[in-house]
Design a binder for this molecule. Sequence first.
Ligand SMILES: [Zn+2]
Length: 96
Amino acid sequence: MTDQTVNSAAGGNGPELEQYDPSKDPKQKAKSGDPGWKYGYSHDMNRRDRIRCTFCGTDVHAGIARFKRHLAGASTKGKKNSIKCKKVPEAASKQM
Ligand SMILES: [Zn+2]
């Protein structure tokens, strides 16, 4: 006798596989200890300079320094402005 609760309220095709979440995988973070890595992760092992923001999901393609500007919202003199994160909490932004 089994006491199994079938939880298929969504009416899907059986249980969904646990999705791999790179944002929770420590291997996807550089070991530089840079505070920027707390809020971003690389989702492509071959392209470490691509960092995805955990707040807004934007990909920043130019490395951790640019990514931190994304969080801090600082513009870069003489260069293309990085896109400021619209979802970063102020506390996190100030750490950058
Ligand atoms: Zn962002």
